[in-house]
Write a protein that binds this ligand. Structure first.
Ligand SMILES: Nc1ncnc2c1ncn2[C@@H]1O[C@H](COP(=O)(O)OP(=O)(O)OP(=O)(O)O)[C@@H](O)[C@H]1O
Ligand SMILES: [Mg+2]
Length: 295
């Protein structure tokens, strides 16, 4: 069976896309006994290695790794190796000590990290994006249940390279957004871009995830002033509108205080932990994805 490929995208940066994808990868691996690989396609500023707290990947791969390991997504795209087997970096023994006890050693949990310090490289490697389709095809044929792609925010180089052929190789687009007026207007623009127009009838392949969500009835929201309160209620309702219109609203990840300061994988919560809601929301969304894509 082909790997199920999930592309995480967002209109803006700082939406919680990378943190959400990393936590979903963790739950798919742990709760669904799946072989999971996460691919850092935020080519200009990769953060996945840092989220998993793997020291050698913290800033991305430092130099072009021509022969050795680990290899970055750049290395794979530029060098076009016949096999991408050597691209998968095993996270199981290297992952953050706080979550390593919860890793399922019998199943694969891997990453293809980004390269450090590349900045804006699009003009330097114009041909690179034409190789994305081949890369996706190889990922689909790899021995993983789920491949999660962290695609750079906005209408970025990678996003633009997702032409019809590449899009056909992606099973699910997870669109990450914060629930603020600014983010929602941007979200509309993203949903109206070519990629989604081209999806045509395949709207079920799009899921909108609201990230770092503050419920208007929560204690945090009650601390804000009246006008802002009203606004919070309004945007909270527009979630309903968006869901009905696009039939694409798939999950809500509550704001976790702990994640505001630290990009991390949340461990199973103890009774005193305040991140239980957020942890269970990641868990629930992972279950939805698993049943949608793997039945
Ligand atoms: N559920 C959450 N609750 C609170 N803070 C969160 C949550 N999810 C993410 N964050 C925080 O929001 C910030 C942005 O998250 P993240 O880096 O995942 O965003 P991103 O969309 O990948 O950004 P970029 O486009 O810059 O890569 C981080 O500090 C992260 O820890
Ligand atoms: Mg990111």
């Amino acid at each position: 069976m082909n790997s199920a490929v999930i592309a995480g995208i967002s209109h803006k940066g700082g939406t919680g896309r990378s943190v959400t994808l990393a936590n979903l990868a963790f739950h798919l691996h742990r709760n669904h006994f799946a072989n999971v690989c996460i691919v850092d396609l935020d080519l200009a500023s990769p953060t996945m290695g840092a989220i998993f707290k793997v020291e050698e990947l913290r800033k991305g791969i430092e130099t072009p790794a021509t022969r050795g390991n680990p290899k970055s997504t750049h290395d794979i795209l530029l060098q076009r190796p016949a096999s991408i087997d050597q691209a998968f970096f095993d996270l199981r023994s290297k992952i953050d000590k706080g979550v390593s006890p919860y890793i399922n050693k019998a199943k694969k949990f891997s990453i293809i990290p980004g390269r450090a310090g590349t900045g804006d490289w699009k003009d330097k490697h114009e041909h690179l994006m034409s190789r994305l389709t081949t890369f996706l095809r190889k990922l689909r044929a790899s021995n993983y249940d789920f491949i999660l792609l962290d695609v750079r925010s906005g209408i970025s180089d990678v996003f633009e390279a997702l032409d019809d052929e590449a899009t056909a190789l992606i099973d699910m687009f997870l669109v990450h957004t914060r629930w603020t007026p600014q983010h929602l207007s941007g979200l509309q623009a993203l949903l109206e871009s070519n990629i989604f127009t081209n999806l045509g009838g395949a709207k079920e392949r799009v899921g909108i995830v609201r990230t770092a969500y503050i419920s208007p009835t929560s204690a945090t929201a009650k601390r804000v002033d009246g006008a802002l309160q009203d606004q919070l209620h309004d945007i909270s309702w527009s979630g309903g509108t968006l869901r009905n219109e696009n039939n694409a609203f798939i999950g809500t990840i509550p704001m976790a205080e702990r994640l505001q300061w630290e990009e991390a994988i949340l461990p199973p919560p103890s009774e005193t932990d305040t991140h239980a809601d957020t942890y269970h929301a990641f868990e629930e969304l992972a279950s939805k994805l698993a049943s949608r894509l793997r039945g």
